[in-house]
Design a protein around this ligand. Structure first.
Ligand code: NAD
Ligand code: LMR
Length: 335
């Protein structure tokens, strides 16, 4: 049976970069047929319809059906996977609170529509920013759907961190493993290399040979570079990351549905924003990035690590930001 995938914001930039890779089998594999539901707002429908025409022209053999709609009841009908990409971007003069309010108005109703119309095994990936808090809002509105079925994309941050380490070490990116992203998909995130390896050796040891003072390099170069990479892309490109965000979404869903062991090995992990049950002191209910393994279609937080004091401080700062976002949304009466 084909997997039904709902993509919101399908007429937008990331949508356009995602659709053709999904249809080509990059996300679910070369043997898994897909049915696509493209959900847009009325202003975005023509662009989504255009993408649907191009999907036809791709003659993708795995693509069974495409439907374009602006009705969430139709858009989420029977969805096994929902990719929530469409979001309200920050406009001129808009404060963070305004952005949260605008997005609460999108992700709350979408969460309800998922609960009412999606398949009973639905899994939801939130890409639209602020991704962690949007995932929290959607999960809270999705009565009857376990909050563990919602996750927020921080894989782009992990990919960025691996790539920066590969550059610094002059090593292939495939040789770098075990980077972890903690906290929010924002400038407060903590890209953590304490368990990362290069060709099986601790990254920190190899870094010392290259950069000398590893802590100074992490604090002054690596962490700010990764955490502010989104802003750097906006500055250089003139708009936010698109193809790399779509690529990370593919990575995230492929690992979630297919298991992390396939690409990261049985002891490996990746990073995703998932609901906390209190792990690592993150208040219960917040959607924070953690090291996770996907087993049988469920994210499991990797537990038992003991972050050192500087790592704790960075994690706490990002968690405090997540708590502030949750409180701002609560004040709007959404949660
Ligand atoms: P875009 O403006 O090109 O596209 C967004 C699309 O969403 C538009 O077509 C718009 O009509 C649609 N949309 C808006 N509200 C909708 C709704 N209620 N239902 C369905 N569709 C709706 O933006 P983009 O470049 O595709 O980026 C999308 C989002 O992804 C942004 O919020 C961006 O900040 C975020 N993003 C996240 C990451 C990440 O790593 N988590 C990375 C890059 C971008
Ligand atoms: C990114 O990390 O590239 C985006 O989340 C940046 C943004 O603000 O859209």
């Amino acid at each position: 049976m084909a997997t039904t995938i709902t993509l919101t914001g399908a007429g937008g930039q990331i949508g356009y970069a995602l659709l053709f890779r999904i249809a080509a089998g990059d996300m679910l594999g070369p043997d898994e047929p897909v049915r696509l539901r493209l959900l847009e707002i009325p202003q975005g429908l023509r662009a989504a319809e255009g993408a649907a025409l191009e999907l036809q022209d791709g003659a993708f053999e795995l693509l069974e059906h495409v439907e374009v709609t602006d009705d969430p009841a139709v858009g989420f009908d029977g969805a096994n996977l929902a990719l929530l990409v469409g979001a309200r971007p920050r406009g001129p003069g808009m404060e963070r609170g305004d952005l949260l309010a605008a997005n609460a108005g999108i992700f709350g109703p979408q969460g309800s529509a998922i609960a009412a119309h999606a398949a009973s095994d639905v899994r939801v990936t939130v890409v639209g920013n602020p991704a962690n808090t949007n995932a929290l809002i959607a999960a809270s509105a999705a009565d009857g759907v376990p909050a563990e079925r919602f996750s927020a994309l921080t894989r782009l941050d992990e990919n960025r961190a691996r790539a920066q380490l590969a550059l610094a070490l002059d090593a292939p990116v495939a040789s770098i493993r075990g980077v972890t992203i903690w906290g929010n998909h924002s400038a407060t995130q903590f890209p953590d290399i304490s368990r990362a390896s290069v060709d099986g050796e601790p990254v920190a040891e190899r870094l010392a040979q290259r950069v000398g003072d590893v802590r100074a390099w992490l604090e002054g170069t690596f962490i700010p570079r990764v955490a502010r990479r989104g802003a750097e892309i906006i500055d250089v490109r003139g708009s936010s990351s698109v193809a790399s965000a779509a690529n990370a979404t593919i990575d995230h869903v492929r690992d979630w549905t297919g298991g992390t062991d396939r690409r990261h090995g049985p002891d490996g992990w990746t990073s995703a924003g998932v609901v906390s049950h209190g792990e690592y002191g993150v208040p219960e209910g917040l959607v924070s990035s953690f090291p996770v393994r996907a087993i049988d279609g469920d994210w499991r937080i990797v537990e038992g690590w003991e972050p050192d004091a500087p790592a704790r401080a960075r994690m706490s700062a990002s968690i405090a930001e997540l708590a502030e976002e949750r409180d701002a949304v609560r004040r709007l009466g959404v949660l």
